[in-house]
Design a protein around this ligand. Sequence first.
Ligand code: FAD
Length: 549
Amino acid sequence: MHYRDKTVAVMANSHLFDVLIIGSGAAGLSLSLRLRRDLRIAIISKRSLAESSTYYAQGGISAVLDESDSIESHVEDTLGAGAGLCDPEMVRLVVEKGPENIRWLLDQGVEFTRYTGKSGDTDYHLTREGGHSHRRVVHAADATGKVVESTLESDVRALDNVTLFENHIAVDLITARLLGHREARCFGAYVLDIDTSHVDTFRARNLVLATGGASKVYLYTSNPDVATGDGIAMAWRAGCRVGNMEFMQFHPTCLYHPQAKSFLITEALRGEGARLLRPDGSRFMPAFDPRAELAPRDVVARAIDHEMKRLGAECMYLDISHKPADFVRGHFPTIYARCLDYGIDITKTAIPVVPAAHYTCGGIMTDRHARTDVDGLYAIGEAAYTGLHGANRMASNSLLECLVFAHLAALDIEQRSDNQNEPLPQVPPWDESRVTDSDEEVVVAHNWDELRRFMWDYVGIVRSNKRLARAKRRVSMLRSEILEYYSNFRVGNDLLELRNLVDVADLIVTSAQRRRESRGLHYILDFPEMDPSQQQPTVLIPDTYSPRL
Ligand SMILES: Cc1cc2nc3c(=O)[nH]c(=O)nc-3n(C[C@H](O)[C@H](O)[C@H](O)COP(=O)(O)OP(=O)(O)OC[C@H]3O[C@@H](n4cnc5c(N)ncnc54)[C@H](O)[C@@H]3O)c2cc1C
């Protein structure tokens, strides 16, 4: 098959590229398409290329595309959602670059939903989502991510300068420090070929982490299995600072059904008039916020959590059945079909919903060129902390962030590539001489479950000092068990992900303990108010950090 020709599954264990991109969501794929064709690029992806959060995005991508809208308004809404913690310069940078990035996607062949106006002209249909004061979300019905990811994937597969490594998981970064030098410099990564169980060496002058978020650290999540925070954990171990990890966003409305594995009900439904109801059919959002169902996600998620706990209810309900059935089916075909699979006809009845971990607002600290603290190492997309989202991400700003920083990283990498000629150092191959095959896989499976459950119970939507301290103790215990396991046994996908999840859990708990106030997505019972003296990001600095010269 044509696709397979470009996918490499070789036994060779040493590779050299100009640019190594880890991750094949919107961030990784768009970066590879943005880079010059004379650069030799590798894309590493844990599963198939498409398996990513990007693929499951429903709502759309925000940008100022309507005459009645303005850059100022998009900036203002983003700053408002971020609860005082956005970096205003970064917000402006991203928002200003919004329209050109949407045009770029159109040039790549992405087909967004259009509508025909009264005059007979057609234009892109824009939806309005929570926190946005205008209609500014361009979308492909309710399957935007699938359309974007599939289009970019077929474009990338057609490129001769890009080699794809599917079913490959990056284990750790190869840094100067690992080779016994002091400077903060990245030369590549060790990568496990999941099919052959070999760890290969990839050297590259430029390495880009486009590994997505870490929502799998929670028991309930809207994210696919790949979202285990690998990039954040690898960068942390390699000496990068991470920021704002306490701000995990919980999507208020995931389908509540025993057979539905994390199926999200987009907030565009609320944008089009859906109402949140208690089990007795009464509406509750107006009592929590004047914006009612259009309040930002954290407000809606907490209100649902509050009502569920108060009433001892298993779920709340989202109802759009008062809208014409044709309208509902036309605007939300995926949700309509998926709910119908579970016997719920959303044109006639309300949808049972619960909140679930959805988006990692914090991540690897990067500058306006997507550079990290380590020379030659970039981070883009959900893995990065750019300052755009602050204490709370506004809906549909994340795909935009992926596109904008992929482009900015591409420009910076190209400039570096023009100025660099010195050869890359030789690096030692992965050492497997002292390890054996594990005879107790149950340890990994058990620790996975334990970690995700206590993160849900103790570090979820509503936190407390006591719960965080409890979580911290458990993280430390699990971490030492997992590290012992990691040192003695041959690495496999589950162990690598678990090792990363426990590092990320530690970063989340530590950050949450540092913030002694409630702000944005971080709500803690011991400090229920916002404290103006704490209006700064939480920055964690690893022992391995050495500032760039
Ligand atoms: C259900 C859902 C709906 C959403 N809806 C919207 C929306 O409407 N609008 C919006 O703006 N945002 C939305 N988001 C958020 C948005 O989709 C993500 O923030 C964005 O897609 C992240 O893109 P990314 O490229 O950074 O990461 P991802 O798309 O998650 O891709 C990460 C990639 O990295 C790979 N990877 C990870 N670790 C490793 C490793 N160790 N080795 C090799 N490969 C690795 C993965 O396999 C994957 O290919 C939604 C998210 C979800 C889950």
